[in-house]
Ligand binder design. Structure first.
Ligand code: PFF
Length: 477
């Protein structure tokens, strides 16, 4: 498409993609999942999936954005026409938009908790507090719909402001300040952890690979986490890819993003567990690891209020650079399709996601039980929304891999990949078979907990169907 925006600098895509990838997934979710799933063994599977499945799909998703130079929905429509494939593939764009909308709705609420803790830390409210006081404080936050709504509103409004300013003035300059600051702060927290915590115990916990520690469930969670952490399958990377310079290498960029994202998760894990072990706390705290256990560690340390405040600012920065990548694909679609101005498009997306987020807010208090979601799905509205995104995410990744590997005209794919034949063939093998097989496995194994055997059977049929369709639509290379 002519006249489409391109990032000002060749390297900005890398910055933006790293901003999207590094977020609550690295700093909050990765450490607690690792803590719950036996440390090193979890990390091993996570890292293997990132490199064998995540990177090839990341390349595919960026490629779809860059060749179409449009938002995910319009871009997929364009590609189905130019590559003469079924319009059904357009569903990749719609699925991504739906997932981005749903993730934004709860991501903003959780990020709001970080805002609360930034405030508590910087005002010194938790200095010297004991475990009971801190966990009661967390419970009190969850019990207050008003407070949670306030933080949720502030967080989402700030994200909207950045995207509303446009990709150059808003996203690019925001990231250029935020990302380096983020790295610097993380290093400060790590150094602090090394000096005051127990880095030896943390390293031992994170890097001792004992595969027997890992349950099948943990194995699946490790694969799921590698998708979430790279922002795959949701259109975010495709939307950013649309602004990517034609000269930048897809492969090198994908490897760089995966490398930085993994490194940040590891450093965060090392810093967090150094503090946790140093303070003699438990590793398997679950989602409370960051919001309960860490403030407890900070409460007990010299200069803990300052280091804790700085740490939660880091969490906020990482969450904002991810949430803007959730707004962008939908906002860009509204601009392209309905000729809206950018601020109008962003407002529509954000107001809708904000309202949806209220469902997550009340899931922790007034609607914690006895709602229609509990009656129908045996879970709260928040857990239901999270479940939906857990289905959409691998499904989107699977379809992107199949579309890029089978449906696209392979000679053009090779041109985009701009690389040698050996790597092209390896990549194609990965997206045609390895990625889809791994994703189907995760997908089928996540769902049985919900609906017995009906849903996995339907899922298997769906996957076989998509696969058969892609075979039929296959073009010769
Ligand atoms: N990758 C982000 C994280 O690890 O926190 C979460 C995320 C952002 C997922 C953007 C999906 C997305 F499109």
């Amino acid at each position: 498409m002519s006249g489409h925006n391109v990032w000002t600098h060749k390297g900005t895509f890398l910055l933006a993609a790293v901003g999207s990838a590094v977020g609550l997934g690295n700093l909050w979710r990765f450490p607690y999942l690792t803590g719950e799933n036996g440390g090193g063994a979890f990390i091993l599977i996570y890292a293997l999936t990132i490199f064998a499945v995540g990177i090839p799909i990341f390349i595919a998703e960026t490629m779809l954005g860059r060749t179409s130079r449009q938002s995910p929905i319009m871009g997929m429509r364009h590609l189905t026409k130019t590559h003469k494939t079924s319009r059904a593939w357009e569903s990749i764009g719609w699925l991504g938009a739906a997932a981005a909308f749903l993730i934004l709705s709860f991501y903003s609420v959780i990020a709001g908790w970080a805002l609360h803790y930034t405030w508590l830390m910087l005002t010194g409210s938790l200095v010297g507090a004991d475990a009971t006081t801190i966990s009661a404080g967390f419970d009190a936050l969850l019990a207050s719909p008003g407070l949670m709504t306030l933080y949720h509103t502030l967080f989402i409004a700030f994200s909207a402001l950045i995207v509303g300013l446009g990709i150059h003035k808003g996203i690019e300059s925001g990231l250029r300040i935020m990302m380096p600051a983020l790295f610097a702060i993380l290093i400060v927290v790590l150094i602090y952890g090394v000096i005051n915590g127990d880095v030896g115990a943390a390293a031992n916990f994170l890097f001792t690979f004992n595969i027997a520690d890992l349950s099948l469930e943990g194995w699946l969670q490790a694969m799921g986490q590698s998708f979430f952490t790279l922002s795959l399958g949701m259109g975010a990377i495709m939307a950013y890819g649309a602004y990517m310079s034609s000269e930048a290498s897809l492969t090198r960029t994908a490897i760089a993003v995966a490398f930085v994202d993994t490194a940040i998760a590891m450093v965060a894990g090392l810093a967090i567990f150094s503090l946790v072990f140093g303070a003699g706390l438990e590793t398997d705290q679950g989602p409370g690891l960051m919001f309960v256990t860490l403030p407890l560690a900070f409460a007990d340390m010299p200069f803990g209020a300052l280091v804790g405040g700085v740490f939660f600012i880091l969490v906020l920065g990482a969450a904002i650079s991810s949430s803007i990548s959730l707004i962008e694909p939908v906002a860009a679609f509204l601009v392209e399709r309905f000729d809206m101005t950018r601020p109008q498009a962003v407002t529509i997306m954000v107001v809708a996601a904000w309202a949806m987020g209220l469902l997550t807010v009340v899931s922790f208090n007034v609607w914690a039980e006895g709602t229609i979601f509990h009656a129908l799905f045996e879970r709260s509205a928040f857990e239901f929304i999270e479940l939906l995104t857990n289905i959409f995410m691998p499904l989107g990744g699977l379809m992107i891999a199949l579309f890029a590997g089978w449906a696209l005209t392979q000679s053009e794919v090779m041109k985009e990949l701009g690389t040698n034949i050996t790597w092209f063939k390896t990549w194609r093998l990965l997206v045609r078979f390895v990625g889809p097989a791994a994703v189907s496995f995760v997908f089928l194994r996540t769902i049985p907990q919900v609906e017995g055997y009906v849903v996995p059977t339907l899922g298997a049929l769906l996957i076989v169907g998509v696969f058969a369709l892609s075979q039929r639509l296959r073009k010769s290379a």
